[in-house]
Design a protein. Structure first.
Length: 137
């Protein structure tokens, strides 16, 4: 199945998927502020339906964090989450300039560490609990 990736997140899609996943409610105004303050926003669509999304937040220079990776229940296990994360990473790699170094992190929820490792992030428990990826050019 071919999905379309967009470099934006619609606030209502964010709220709808969050509700479907039974995550805590967040006021629309805060979601709008969060999306506007993100370094990178990614949404994945099947036709005109948003089926997954995610963000990278950070300082735009040295560090960032993958957050709010969400996939509609009926699309879980079909590669949509991996597409979200790898699209975020690809976009970040294109933003890092020659000679720069950027550390990307994620704090997986219970049981999701392997998912992030499959997406290319590293896990070294002797260094830190979360997963990470150094991007050097």
């Amino acid at each position: 199945m071919e999905y379309k990736v967009k470099n934006e997140i619609n606030i209502q899609d964010f709220l709808d998927i969050r509700k479907e996943l039974e995550w805590n409610d967040i006021p629309q105004g805060l979601v709008q502020k969060a999306i506007q303050g993100s370094m990178i926003n990614i949404s994945v669509y099947d036709s005109d339906i948003c089926i997954g999304l995610g963000r990278i937040v950070g300082d735009h220079a040295l560090k960032g964090m993958i957050t709010d990776v969400m996939v509609r229940k009926e699309y879980q296990g079909k590669g949509v989450g991996k597409l979200v994360v790898t699209s975020l990473i690809d976009k970040l790699i294109n933003m890092v300039n020659e000679g720069e170094c950027f550390q990307l992190e994620a704090s997986p929820t219970a049981g999701n560490r392997e998912f992030y490792i499959k997406c290319g992030l590293k896990y070294k428990p002797e260094n830190q609990d979360g997963v990470y990826l150094w991007i050097r050019k």
